[in-house]
Design a protein around this ligand. Sequence first.
Ligand code: NAD
Length: 348
Amino acid sequence: MSTAAPSRTLLVTGAAGFIGANFVHYWREQHPDDTVVALDALTYAGNEENLAGVRDGIVFVHADIGDGDRVAKVLRDHRVRTVVNFAAESHNSLAVLDPGRFFRTNVMGTQRLLEASLRHGVERFHHISTCEVYGDLALDSTDAFHEDSPYRPRTPYNASKAGADHAVRAYHETFGLPVTVTNCANNYGPLQFPEKVIPLFVTNALRGRSLPVYASRHHRREWIHVLDHCRAIDMVLADGVPGETYHVGTGVEASVQDIADAVLGELGLPASFQTTVADRPGHDRRYLLDSTRIRRELGWRPTVAFGAGLRETIRWYRDHPEWWEPLLGRRPVTEDPAVWQPSGAGAR
Ligand code: NAD
């Protein structure tokens, strides 16, 4: 007979963003006896509406992970035992225009959160990282990134995430903080801010605007449904070994052109609804994770098939204009070719 895990208090940072909010919904459903403290700085990408439906069952704290005193008080007041750190600046294109904010939050913010967690004595600090810290792969490569592959970030976003991962490991090796890290592939699903490719394409198409497809239309990403990512984090929190890193990927790759075709097909629009735009500088060609460890050691498997999950996601944006329409004006960068010119509006 299996015994239920004792209830505990989790601090989820970046909880009003895409993956963080999906994780809070997931956790409330799967672990209803736990207390969730959802912390978010509510940057342009953070949206309290993403927590609608669970708002009454959680504690919401509007704060910056870089505010060490505030975070320490939250950890103390709520007797937090587990920290799950999603908080980050996450948009590669914005990082080209304003790299400083990425290093401030992703590196220094994470370090302050680590320090507060160490002093408070949390039992687990789980950090959400990305496949992008390893740099990119050639389109015809037969390789994949392993947990011990060298870090070779190529963009300010990737470099700031790499810096955060190094800080997390240092707090484990030097101070003994019980950390785990997951590096995940590209997530898709509901509640993703309409600057990222799938909601950007769908919301453009629904407003009669063409899809801005990068000139490097055959560059590929490995795709995972956000709920499969949440399940993986749950399994790592339950059975992951402190100090270890786990890759979370499906092995399913699709190019930006594949995504454009799927969106236009699902919405019944012609192929002419696309405009080729210049790549952002430093655009990575391809990432692919070897996820053998989490599958073998923890028994995790993706459960959402990409084709079906993508169609369902496109329909979710189609059916929820009230969710994304208010967000369009908050986007600090759109994939306008002029933005990458030295004299472009967003150039530093
Ligand atoms: P997101 O931009 O949708 O959400 C990030 C959230 O963090 C926002 O709610 C924002 O307000 C909050 N935030 C930003 N700075 C903060 C700060 N200083 N203090 C507190 N909160 C702050 O991003 P996402 O796609 O949900 O990504 C979540 C995490 O997962 C990030 O760490 C990202 O690097 C990682 N990740 C994302 C993907 C992906 O495909 N989206 C893949 C792998 C890893």
